[in-house]
Design a protein around this ligand. Structure first.
Ligand code: NAP
Length: 254
């Protein structure tokens, strides 16, 4: 049980966020999950959920105090750097313990050495443009502006929710994971894809594209992860470790 009945805040929007809510809830620990509200019909975790931004680090700090949050598990996506930075600032200001739960990337896959690793989306666009006329962009919708180099090419863009502007030459595929290898093979073959562009998201929800690209001999461009803030307290890779961390806070407080 949590000390004083206070609540653990899970910053979610990921499979890890939902799994953490489930695991903590099943351990008798009160949680509230927070989602950005960026996509329609999001998969919901068990337990109470709040939706929408906090209004920056200051708004999050107020939320932590008003809702008597005793610990924060930042289980946001590895590329959600704004939310994670706010979590670091707000927890430092309020003294609330913070844990970063970040899933391992795909760099340990045997074929990762054959991929073209780049530091940002502009580099990814240039690399993709050189590798093929027909790119498959699986990088979400937020950074599509960086792919202007591909604007006149028959580029396939897969997104969960439709972006505001889609160049006429592009093919938009609205879909969400988990994806299967047979579906990815069919999509890449149908559109005669010549290069796959991805973030190093990690996990299994969206990894089928890597298997499919490998089987078809299609090159893969990977945008490296932003670094995890060292100021943000401990970092764990698994939900089980996150649960242990929350339990360790309870033991320390008793
Ligand atoms: P971001 O750039 O780091 O966040 C932008 C702003 O959105 C934050 O400053 C915050 O607004 C709000 N926000 C983000 N996550 C939130 C959360 N869990 N609860 C409440 N507010 C949140 O994040 P993003 O890259 O747009 O990602 C948005 C959400 O989608 C995240 O929860 C993330 O886990 C999930 N997601 C992201 C990706 C990705 O590739 N980036 C992929 C899959 C899922 P305020 O400043 O107003 O608090």
């Amino acid at each position: 049980m949590t000390v004083d009945g206070a609540v653990v805040l899970i910053l979610g929007g990921t499979a890890e966020g939902r799994a953490s809510a489930r695991a903590l809830h099943d351990s008798g620990i009160a949680v509230v999950s927070s989602l950005a509200g960026a996509v329609p019909n999001p998969a919901l975790p068990v337990g109470p959920v709040r939706v929408g931004g906090f209004g920056g680090a200051g708004g999050l700090a107020r939320f932590l105090v008003e809702e008597r949050i005793r610990a924060v598990v930042d289980a946001t996506h590895p590329y959600a750097v704004g939310m994670s930075a706010n979590a670091v600032t707000a927890t430092a200001a309020t003294g609330v313990p913070l844990l970063r739960l970040v899933r391992p990337g795909w760099g340990d896959r045997p074929e990762a050495g054959t991929w073209c690793w780049v530091d940002d989306h502009h580099e990814a666009a240039s690399a993709a443009a050189q590798l093929s006329e027909r790119a498959f962009l699986t990088i979400g919708r937020q950074r599509l502006d960086a792919y202007r180099e591909l604007i006149d090419r028959p580029t396939v863009v897969r997104v969960v929710a439709r972006p505001e502007h889609v160049p006429p030459a592009w093919v938009l595929v609205e879909d969400r994971g988990p994806y299967r290898v047979d579906g990815e093979l069919a999509l890449m073959t149908r559109h005669r894809i010549g290069v796959v562009v991805t973030k190093d998201s990690g996990g299994t929800y969206t990894s089928a594209k890597l298997d499919a690209a490998g089987r078809l001999g299609i090159p893969v461009v990977v945008v490296r992860r932003p670094p995890v803030s060292e100021a943000g307290g401990p970092v764990v890779r698994t939900v089980a470790d996150a649960v242990d961390w929350v339990r360790s806070l309870d033991s320390a407080a008793q």
